[in-house]
Ligand binder design. Structure first.
Ligand SMILES: C[S@@+](CC[C@H](N)C(=O)[O-])C[C@H]1O[C@@H](n2cnc3c(N)ncnc32)[C@H](O)[C@@H]1O
Length: 254
């Protein structure tokens, strides 16, 4: 009896980043599957390959630099992809573009296929709602910085390090001799580490709001306004022990 050989999986990584690290790693680890890395910017994936001691692009890796993820998805045959992931990409898109991308992913995925995204925790509720409204079944798992670091992409590791740097600073303040600590807080008009965290959350919220408003333009739609409020409401999660989230969205088999 002939051995059962499954069809290669078609996987797309959207907003892969300069080195396309995850797509390269996946193509090496899963030689029988077809992996495509997409980014709107240029790519220097060959530098990452070289670092790994490889001279040639794996045959199962398709690299699409200077390619918009939405156009890429629209160009795919319906139900032709098995898996799509987009780590730390969705937070860079306007509300309208995000809907286009998620709809494109839903159409391009086969039944039973999955869309996976890892983001900072404050995007969790809003992104889950947006994925559900496109027809996905959605599950979410909160992640520690250690788990996000393990993911291995450049931004995952940068975000995990930023968290550890913040924690280290708080630890250093905590360990200061009493007088030094009092002087530290007095100079800043504060009393406790909690006050310091609150101020940071307010500043970060303002920063994120400004970035979002730049993308949304003068007159965001009512849905976009609601999305902005939802996202900003969760910024204090940056000090929780699980400040990131993995959202797994499945296209039902039915
Ligand atoms: C924060 S980085 C994340 C990179 C990578 N996923 C990681 O985790 O390290 C976001 C990436 O999305 C890309 N990007 C932004 N808008 C895009 C779009 N419409 N289509 C494809 N890529 C896009 C940017 O060029 C950037 O490389």
């Amino acid at each position: 009896m002939g051995k059962f050989v499954r069809k290669p999986f078609r996987v797309a990584g959207l907003g892969e980043g300069l080195r396309m690290k995850k797509a390269v790693d996946l193509s090496l680890r899963h030689a029988r599957d077809e992996i495509t890395g997409v980014d709107i910017d240029k790519t220097e994936y060959s530098k990452y390959l070289k670092k790994k001691g490889l001279k040639e692009k794996p045959r199962n890796l398709d690299v699409r630099g200077r390619t918009d993820a939405i156009s890429y998805l629209k160009a795919q045959r319906p139900e032709s992809l098995d898996h799509v992931y987009a780590h730390f990409l969705l937070q860079h898109l306007s509300f309208a573009k995000r809907q286009e991308l998620l709809q494109g992913a839903f159409n391009a995925l086969r039944k039973g296929g999955r869309f996976l995204t890892v983001e900072e925790m404050h995007y969790s509720g809003q992104l889950q709602a947006e994925l559900k409204s496109q027809g996905f079944e959605v599950f979410a798992k909160r992640l520690t910085p250690e788990q996000v670091f393990e993911l291995g992409t450049d931004n995952a590791q940068m975000n995990a390090r930023a968290y550890w740097d913040r924690q280290q600073l708080l630890d250093q303040i905590g360990q200061m001799p009493r007088r030094q600590k009092e002087a530290f807080f007095r100079e800043r008009g504060l009393r406790t580490v909690e006050d310091l965290k609150k101020i940071d959350v307010v500043e970060v919220r303002e920063f994120i709001k400004a970035r979002i408003m730049e993308r949304e333009g003068e007159n965001p739609s009512p849905e976009a306004r609601k999305a902005i409020d939802n996202i900003l409401a969760g910024v204090s999660e940056r000090y929780s022990e699980r400040p990131f989230v993995a959202i797994i969205a499945k296209k039902s088999r039915k």
